[in-house]
Design a protein around this ligand. Structure first.
Ligand SMILES: Nc1ncnc2c1ncn2[C@@H]1O[C@H](COP(=O)(O)OP(=O)(O)OP(=O)(O)O)[C@@H](O)[C@H]1O
Ligand SMILES: [Mg+2]
Length: 239
């Protein structure tokens, strides 16, 4: 549709949670009655104290776990109903930075990033070029033949981010993606993530870092004891 042809119909939310609860132990709730939506290109911070349920929420969206109650739609699919065969194609469209990185220790830096492109059948030559460009963006190209365990915490974090972004995911889930980085690197990585959002990726960033939230001035969802206690844009100086 060209401009001026009337209202643009929203493509709809890429992530939808309907009254989602998660209990690991009878009588205690890691998440309780959470409903929220994430639109294409939206950049949302997820915050709240340790144990509030941030990582749990991200694992549920990635279908790493099933909710105890409620429903989750990701890219239009009900993750509770897609079954094991449906999960893999869905996950290929989601980039994830886990809180503990989950890097492959026996693979090199470039293999850790390239693996996402192998899965979708990108030719070797193109893969090498794309991986190198992405490693350059996160400042790790000189480390491409190293193994993850020989990297510093901040380098491992940047590797996890490179891996999550290499495939231009429709959704990015980043759990404390700058927790091990110094302030300069934090801003570089956040700019990379903001770039992805500007190109249409729906981005969910879990963080304790209030300075970061204020700096980027985006929507903030705050969890406390598994419940959403706040969901609103925060205005702050945009960089
Ligand atoms: N696999 C699990 N088994 C049992 N309880 C769990 C499990 N994972 C998380 N929990 C519990 O669920 C609650 C939410 O945990 P979660 O890891 O989601 O919090 P968080 O907000 O990510 O915390 P942090 O800021 O420390 O990363 C906590 O009470 C935690 O102990
Ligand atoms: Mg966590």
């Amino acid at each position: 549709m060209s401009r001026g042809e009337g209202p643009v119909v929203s493509a709809g939310a890429l992530v939808r949670l309907f009254h989602v609860s998660k209990s690991y132990l009878a009588g205690s709730w890691a998440l309780r009655d959470v409903s929220l939506e994430l639109e294409k290109g939206e950049f949302v911070f997820l915050t709240g104290p340790s144990g509030a349920g941030k990582s749990t929420l991200m694992r549920l969206i990635f279908a790493g776990e099933q909710p105890s109650e409620g429903q989750i739609l990701v890219l239009g699919r009900n993750v509770g109903r897609v079954g094991p065969a449906g999960i893999a194609p869905l996950r290929r469209r989601i980039g994830v930075v886990f809180q503990d990185f989950k890097l492959l220790p026996r693979r090199t830096v470039e293999e850790n990033v390239g693996i996402a492109l192998d899965v979708v059948g990108v030719a070797e030559r193109e893969k090498r070029a794309r991986v190198f460009a992405m490693l350059k963006r996160v400042g790790l190209h000189h480390r491409r033949h190293h193994h993850p365990l020989s990297l510093s915490g901040g380098e491992q974090q940047r590797l996890a981010i490179a891996r999550a972004l290499i495939n231009d995911p429709e959704i990015l889930l980043a759990d404390e993606p700058t927790g091990n980085l110094d302030p300069d690197l934090t801003l570089e990585i956040m700019d990379l993530i903001a770039d992805a959002a500007a190109r249409g990726t729906a981005v969910f960033v879990a963080t304790h870092d209030h300075a970061l939230i204020e700096r980027y001035g985006r929507r903030v969802v705050r969890l406390e004891a598994g419940e959403v206690v706040h969901d609103a844009p925060v205005r702050g100086p945009l960089s």
